[in-house]
Design a binder for this molecule. Structure first.
Ligand SMILES: [Zn+2]
Length: 281
């Protein structure tokens, strides 16, 4: 995809978002918001969204990356694999790196919302969905700051609850319905496991992080999980836990064992990751 087509795709995504805002989002001076909306392109990595201000006039703006890694699976894999330090970083980057080794393309959100079902990370081979998710993320920032600047919102956290709600509204309309199966949603399954883990943790008496990692706790947690393929992957992981911990067995070995047991590779891959985060931290 050349630069012109990338820019056109971004413009189309933004136009769709603004049409949606026009119909579905309650905003002060909405006509101004839509009419003055400014789209810029970043030729480096990363995107941004917010409001600009000059001589007392404010207008919403986004700057979206046109870097090839955001538009094609190949360059994305390449860029992630060249950063092995991601494997030791925050959980979203660890997953991102591991999945890149598995040839899977992860739309990567911040660690704090990484496992969220509505606004979290997801696996997809469709570059349109990756771009649309980025646009939704940044347009949500623009709406949020528009509300703040008009004194209609006191929540000024950039990725706080107001922004999350706005982002979820856009994601639920433009992205989530098209990430249909559990396998392709990938992180959604992990999200359920993480949510269950949180529930289990909160009902237990407070314990230090080290104590939580004692041998017995993960086994108890695993009994609460859903059945079927997910359960099977976790069982296989539990069975091989000592070997995984000691490095005798790699991620690849475990996933191969799962595939041999008749489990879909995508499910095996994401559930292995969820198990690892849940069990080994
Ligand atoms: Zn952001």
């Amino acid at each position: 995809m050349n630069i012109e087509s990338r820019q056109q795709l971004i413009r189309d995504c933004i136009k769709a978002c603004l049409d949606f805002v026009d119909e579905e989002v309650d905003l002060p001076f909405k006509h101004h918001f839509i009419g003055k909306f400014e789209t810029k392109f970043n030729h480096g990595e990363g995107s941004w969204g917010g409001v600009d201000r000059s001589f007392g006039v404010i207008w919403p703006t986004v700057k979206i990356s046109v870097h090839d890694r955001d538009f094609d699976h190949g360059p994305w894999l390449e860029s992630i694999r060249q950063r092995p330090w991601l494997a030791t970083g925050r959980k979203s980057w660890r997953d991102c790196y591991q999945l890149a080794l598995e040839n899977q393309w992860l739309y990567t959100e911040y660690s704090s919302i990484h496992y969220r079902e509505d606004i979290g990370s997801f696996i997809s081979d469709d570059s349109g969905l990756h771009v649309m998710a980025t646009v939704c993320h940044e347009v949500a920032h623009a709406i949020h700051w528009w509300l703040v600047r008009h004194d209609l919102c006191s929540d000024t956290k950039p990725h706080g609850n107001t922004w999350r709600e706005l982002y979820a509204k856009l994601r639920n309309h433009f992205v989530n319905p098209y990430i249909d199966s559990c396998e392709s949603r990938g992180m959604t399954m992990a999200a359920k496991v993480a949510a269950e883990k949180e529930k289990t943790m909160s009902t237990k008496k407070p314990a230090s992080k080290k104590k939580r990692k004692s041998k017995k706790t993960p086994a108890k947690k695993s009994a609460k999980r859903t059945s079927g393929a997910v359960q099977k992957v976790w069982d296989i992981c539990e069975k091989n836990k000592a070997d995984i911990k000691s490095g005798k067995k790699t991620r690849k070995d475990v996933i191969e064992a799962c595939v041999k047991a008749g489990i879909n590779k995508g499910t095996a891959s994401t559930q292995y990751q969820a198990w690892k985060v849940n069990t080994l931290g």
